[in-house]
Design a protein around this ligand. Sequence first.
Ligand code: AMP
Length: 423
Amino acid sequence: MSFKSLGLSDALLKAISKKGYDTPSAIQQKAIPLILERKDVLASAQTGSGKTAGFALPMLQILNSEPALRKRPIRALILTPTRELAAQVQAEFQEYSEFTDLRSTVIFGGVGANPQIKALRNGVDILVATPGRLLDLENQGALSLAKVEILVLDEADRMLDMGFLRDIKKVLSLLPSKRQNLLFSATFSKEIKKLANEFLHHPVLVEATPENTTVEKIDQTVYRVDKALKTDLIIKLISEGDWQQVLVFTRTKHGANRLSEKLEKAKITSAAIHGNKSQGARTRALSGFKEGKVRVLVATDIAARGLDIPLLPHVVNYELPNISEDYVHRIGRTGRAGASGEALSLVSLDEVGYLRDIEKLIGERLQPKILSDFEPTETMADVKEAEAEKKRQKAAHHSRGRNSGSRGSSSSKGKGNRGGGRR
Ligand code: AMP
């Protein structure tokens, strides 16, 4: 199948060939014709599936088939959970629209609003936004959603995870009732189905989950190791393997910072990327990593979602995710586009349950290995003691926060940064 046979116009085909794509991916083959038919679509697709082009290309075709209105009202709105994803989605729109007259821009929190307001004032056909900043600017009268013809919720499951449901509903109330709706989500939880029922109109369900084939291409290794020795082990693996570009996942933001600092101490250049980092710091970390100046990028799941880092040879789960699907997303970062990749997981005793859940999901047994000098010695009593200690520290932290009265004041503003506090 070719892009041409999907019914895309010459202007788009030219941009597609400039990008170097020759065959539409599974999700593109399924979604593009339906979107061109102006159907509402409920699509199950993950990062790496080519989903962005799957909605961007037909949307551009629809928008480009009518002459641009002089005032350029926003005709298409794409909501994404994170700033990085918003930026990447808009970058793709920009590339695919190169040979059309359509304009797009992106708005998200964590950076000054003025340049965004200015870009909106010039008129855009397509707006990519995170919910908080979108509502802020709408409130200020900097934009109107009254003429939106197509709405996309990208990574809708993440948006719900990050607590954006109310914001999404508010946005929906600002849109014209007659419009085309597209919902993309990696998973179909009850909540996603409920949301889909509420706003999609006779949706066509599209499923393209190439993840299993991806997983098969990836070499998955699990090391059982004590929690306290994980840092030593990862340093050993990176140094002895002479790995030059490694993406490491931690479960928490603090964990990401701590590990990044320890790697730096061991003379391994590293940067952490998570929701508490400023936009500038995240962009710097990502570009440093892409350019090879930063050897190890330590990320939380939410921060890593949608990051376009092609062909990573090594992905390490410093901690296993408690949501099994995240494991598949994480390791999907390696072994892309036919190249083989290696995914390593460091599993301490308290994470063995997560490992079982992951094995159930991927339908594969991941036999843990034990390295000499790293033989696990933890007992369940140690795990319980560590958990109790963590609880004690958390309680102490909370009561300190309450006494100082400083918590809350900083988080009451900054809608664009919502969800950053979760991981
Ligand atoms: P996405 O799932 O939208 O994040 O896309 C993942 C990556 O695949 C991006 O780097 C896209 O540029 C790339 N891509 C999208 N469609 C195709 C295609 N048909 N052929 C090759 N690469 C593609």
